[in-house]
Design a protein around this ligand. Sequence first.
Ligand code: NZQ
Ligand code: ZN
Length: 388
Amino acid sequence: MLGNFSYKNATKLYFGDDSLKYLNDELPKYGKTVQLIYGGGSVKRNGIYDAVVDILKSNGKNIVEDGGVMPNPTADKLREGVQIARENKVDLLLAMGGGSCCDYAKAVSVSVNCDDDPWEKYYIRFEEPDCELIPVACILTMAGTGSEMNAGSVITNHDQKLKIGHVFGEEVMPKFSILNPKFTMSLPKRQMVAGIYDIFNHICEQYFSGEDDNTSDYIAEALMKSVIHSSLIAVENPEDYEARSNIMWTATWALNTLIACGKETDWMVHMLGQAVGAITDATHGMTLAAVSLPYYKMIMPYGLPKFVRFATEVWGVDPNGKTDEQIACDGLAAMEAWMKQIGVTMNITDLGADESMIEAIADATIILDGGYKQLTRDDVVTVLKASL
Ligand code: NZQ
Ligand code: ZN
């Protein structure tokens, strides 16, 4: 049965190869001072920074620089961003980049007018914002996380060896996001592929839960088929605008709250991947890829009907003459073949982990109960060892 829910998505999107011009329509709605958030410099090399700065200047904005947001943004960098926003009394947090910049902007937003330490308040105590927020907007340069249209924000604390996400309320979602598929064309192939797997896994996390007849699962299957199809084109020809635009749009729909409506969700691959990331600082999508198959093989017997459906509906496995177990295994084998074909990292050893880190990764793994089997700590260790 479809559960009860309320649904609203607060983010306005501008999509397409001319979408940056709509920044001119949005900027007049906000005050004069803009904190311009970006990463390690890709936006300076590919020209996006200059194009955005020109638009900000022509709209009479004061620009406050906040570059150097690292992939997997840290609690220390967050505290720095909060300081910048406070000192300059900024009116808009404008993130240019991937999920890291967008997540970071949201974390700054909820922390500027708050006395507590942001890491402790939001990522340890999981409190909700109780202070005035600063609006966030995003100019997306990497497709994957869905951060451009959701309220998620993931922060890493290297001292505490933790990487934790907080899903805030709709008031924290970007007010608007600009999605120009051409802006993703300068991504190194490895990052493009990591983003593709991240998209696919977001859909899996919401699909592999519950056994009811649910509209969301049909949407999820369509999104999976779209991203599989476009990924194969994009890895052959990264310049293919049609494939890159479909990937970008699928990323948004994979995690903008829609397909989670009325159903349980799993998110254990993300919990395992985030723990791997907390210890190794590896690329998010690759951490998910490295642990996925051992995890899905472990839970498959507990959610067999859905794994059978996944095999036949998503991967086109012929069920004739096979047991349900064989059909489900063939589905996972098809998924594995696709993962290898697009070139994701298939084990955590290649991400810098080794046997001596397993206990620390297991310690950093938050165990959730929405999936087909609630893992024990021993199960977590088993999955991690099988991922080496
Ligand atoms: O820092 P720069 O120089 O910009 O380079 C970045 C970075 O090194 C580069 N890049 C991005 N766009 C580029 C580009 N390089 C060339 N051309 C471009 N157009 O790509 C690298 C990775 O960027 P990052 O933003 O870190 O990647 P992603 O979008 O995958 O974001 C990862 C972060 O988002 C979190 C992850 O945990 C991780 O911290 N997530 C956020 C979620 C959410 N808000 O809902 C959900 C996700 O599951 C995820 O956990
Ligand atoms: Zn993800």
